[in-house]
Structure formats: C-alpha cells, structure tokens
Design a protein around this ligand. Structure first.
Ligand SMILES: Cc1ncc(COP(=O)(O)O)c(C=O)c1O
Length: 381
C-alpha cells in the first residue's frame, strides 16, 4: 500500500483540528466586529486617510523591496524617529508587521543569552521568536515573576552564577486583557543582570495617561540597555507594521540579524505615511486616549468587570451561554467572536470584547443587556 495522497493527508490534519475543536472559520460578512483592535478608531481618521492618499499618489503602491535593497523610503526613518520619541526610546526599527518585529527581535537577541523565560500566555509571535532563537526556554505561569526568581536562584545554586537570560512578556495581554507586573519584572532583570522584552502591541495608544503604553501606565521609566519594547501600528494606531524601540546597538543587530527585517518587503510608503500621522496625532494629546479610558470604564462597570484601564474584556462562561450571547448580538448585526484553544489555554474559551471609540452608545446598552440575560457569564481582564 502506497502513501496516502497529499489531499488525503491534508484531510487527516483537518480531522485532527476538528476533533480538537480548533477549526477556524472566517467571520460572517458585513457584521460589525466587537473584537476589533482599532481601539482609537484611527483607521477611519480623516488625517490618516488623507496622508495615505497623498503618499500613494506621490510614491505608488508598493515598497519594491526590503529596506536593505530598494525599499528604504525616507518615511521609514521619519516614522522611527516619531515612534522612538513617543516611546521615550533612544532609537527604533520599523518592520512590516508586529508579528515580524517580535519574531525577529527575539530571534536575534537570543544570541545574547543562554535562557529565555516566556509567560505562559504569550502571543504566538513571541513564541515563534523564541523557537527561532533555539535557546533553552522556561515557560513561567502567567505573570508569576516570583517563579522566575526561584528558578534563577536554583540555577545560581547549581552553577555558581545566574545564567544570561531574557524575560519575554506582553504589557497588556491580548486575550486575557490583564497587565503584566512590569515593576517586578524590571527589578528581576536589573538585580540579576538579565534582559526584558516587552510586547506593547495592545498597550500602545490605549494605556498610560498619554497612551504611551505599559511603562507609562506603571509610572516607570525604562533602561534601554536592559529593556526592549516591541509594538505594532496595526492596533490602536489604525494601520499596519511593527516596531522595536531599543538601544541603538540592538537596532544595529536587528538590521543584520532580524530575519523578518532583512528578508521581507518594506511597508508601502502610503502605510508609512498614515502610521506617521497616527503617531503625531497621539503625540498631540488631543483627548482620544482619555475618551477611550472613559468608555472602557463605563463598559467595565456595566459588565461588572474588574476595574482596569484595559480595553480588552474577555467574557468567560460555559460554551452554551457564550454561544447564546453571541447569537443574540448577531441578531442585531454585532459580531462577537468566540476564541478557543490553542489561541487561549484549554478549557478557557471566551468571547473577546475590545472596547473602541468606534462603538456606538446603543451597542454598549445592548451588550450589557444580553450579557446579563445569560446565567453564569463573567467579564474579566
Ligand atoms: C500581543 C500581540 N503581539 C503582536 C501581534 C502582531 O501584530 P501584527 O498584527 O501587527 O502582526 C499581535 C496581533 O495579533 C498581538 O496580539
């Protein structure tokens, strides 16, 4: 008997996915998603749209190559200067997606350490960077910095010294909606000579008094020799692309060793232009971040969710209650997607709501009403 055909083998994989309840489908067309990452509704902002159109006319549709070859449009540099100023960073490097920024930064910086600590709920782009780094990895229970301290102490007792290590985490977790204990993590790496990489993807534009992210929210400054920030223009900044904000020497390393930087086409100039406009807009402090904060607080209070500045609110409960909540919303053309493993841990499927300035007041009342009609739903984050 020969090998199954590739389509038969493919079918086996699909059956396996089905069995594990992991089959994904694209959302219904035309519905309004309540899980959008367009937190400040900037994807529809006239200033971003105009700047993209102008640049599109000036520079055309594509970047025509990697930045190391033909794609190094001057707007890349302007955007790097703007985002590093926004993040209080000495320098930054722009990537074509946040996924590539994370994967490339961790992959390259792994060359500096022997051991990586990864939060159990880290995003796939961080996990893929860790895989690329091919260094020993210890997964620590979500946000449990004392686990890292104990592990490091154990290693020190065994070998006489702390290993060279990097802790990898998110500042605002994309599916849990909670914040990481940055102050404690900074102390762990400072006292034991480690590095800390923080993904500010969902925190940029959403938390901190001026929307500057996790460190601003925690009231901390960060040491660029020890802390590396990553982020994306694709969420609160309404566009596309990623960035690493870091010490200029790390930037230099990423230029040569950041695989997603070296081997991928740069962002189209029009996208760079709208990203730049978004960063400028936020830097002007025009009340957008405060409006989001007020709305988050209102929705959290209506859903009895814990008080937090986080716009990501997971709705937990048994599958039937979640599906019924989803169905009611869908009847009114609101789409609240169910997220299930492996995107979230086994047994913790949820509906992910993300509050944005694009939400209308009427939706908030509807969401609250349907939420309270179901028994056993709980809002978290
Ligand atoms: C925590 C986190 N990091 C990184 C990314 C990747 O960003 P991008 O969508 O720009 O590739 C995402 C988006 O899914 C995310 O949720």
């Amino acid at each position: 008997m020969g090998n199954p055909s590739y389509l038969e083998a493919n079918d086996h994989l699909l059956q396996d996915i089905e069995r594990k309840g992991q089959r994904k489908e694209l959302p219904p067309r035309g519905e309004i998603s309540l899980a959008s990452n367009d937190y400040l509704h900037l994807s529809r902002h006239p200033r971003l749209i105009e700047s993209a159109i102008e640049e599109l006319r000036r520079s055309g549709t594509g970047a025509t190559g990697s930045r190391l070859l033909s794609g190094n449009h001057p707007l890349n540099r302007e955007l790097e200067i703007a985002i590093s100023a926004f993040k209080n960073a000495p320098s930054a490097l722009v990537f074509s997606t946040g996924y590539q920024a994370n994967m490339s930064a961790i992959g390259a910086l792994s060359g500096l350490v022997d051991l990586l600590y990864s939060d159990a709920l880290n995003h796939a782009s961080l996990i893929d960077g860790i895989r690329l780094g091919k260094k020993e990895t210890a997964i620590f229970p979500h946000n449990d910095f004392s686990w890292i301290e104990r592990d490091l102490e154990m290693r020190r007792q065994k070998s006489g010294d702390f290993p060279r290590f990097m802790v990898v985490t998110e500042s605002l977790f994309s599916m849990e909606g909670d914040l990481s204990p940055l102050e404690d993590l900074v102390r762990v790496v400072r006292d034991r000579d480690g590095l800390l990489l923080v993904d500010d993807a969902h925190a940029t534009g959403t938390i901190g008094a001026e929307g500057r992210g996790g460190f601003e929210q925690a009231g901390l400054t960060w040491d660029p020799e020890r802390v590396i920030l990553t982020g994306t223009f694709s969420k609160a900044l309404g566009g596309l692309g990623g960035f690493v904000a870091c010490h200029p020497d790390y930037r230099e390393l990423l230029l040569s060793r950041g695989r997603g930087f070296v081997y991928s086409t740069a962002l189209p100039p029009s996208v760079l232009a709208s990203n730049l406009e978004a960063v400028r807009l936020l830097g002007e402090g025009n009340g957008l971040v405060q409006s989001l904060a007020r709305r988050v607080s209102k929705v959290r209070s209506l859903l009895d969710a814990p008080e937090s500045p986080s716009p990501v609110i997971p709705i937990m409960g048994n599958r039937n209650a979640l599906l019924s909540f989803q169905e009611r919303l869908l009847e009114t053309a609101l789409w609240a997607p169910l997220v299930f493993p492996p995107t979230v841990p086994d047994g913790s499927e949820r509906i992910r709501l993300s509050v944005t300035l694009g939400w209308e007041e009427g939706w908030i009342d509807r969401i609250a009403e349907f939420f309270h009609r179901e028994k056993g739903l709980k809002a978290g984050g």
